[in-house]
Design a protein around this ligand. Sequence first.
Ligand SMILES: [Zn+2]
Length: 110
Amino acid sequence: MGPTVRTELADARDGRARQTPVRTCVGCRSRDEQSALLRVVARPDGSTTRWRILVDERRREPGRGAYLHRDPQCLRSAITRRGLTRALRLPAGSEVELAEVEERMAQQST
Ligand SMILES: [Zn+2]
């Protein structure tokens, strides 16, 4: 049993050293592994105050991204507490179109 315990401890230390990326959810403000969060980006939607929020599934889209749990409650908090517009650096008074994100979250929760 002794050697097994030592191996587990070594693995735990290893995991900490490698550090999976951690991001803060702009909805509930808690930190989580990047893989547990959805990256979203904003794209102009015909004017400088209208933005479409898109899900960046591969986390490759250029520009500022915001991270959200795949949870409609986090999305709601991100809007009402303005965490999303702040994280994406959208101008004051911006309107955001969330249809795609909402749709994606609805798919994930089933
Ligand atoms: Zn969250």
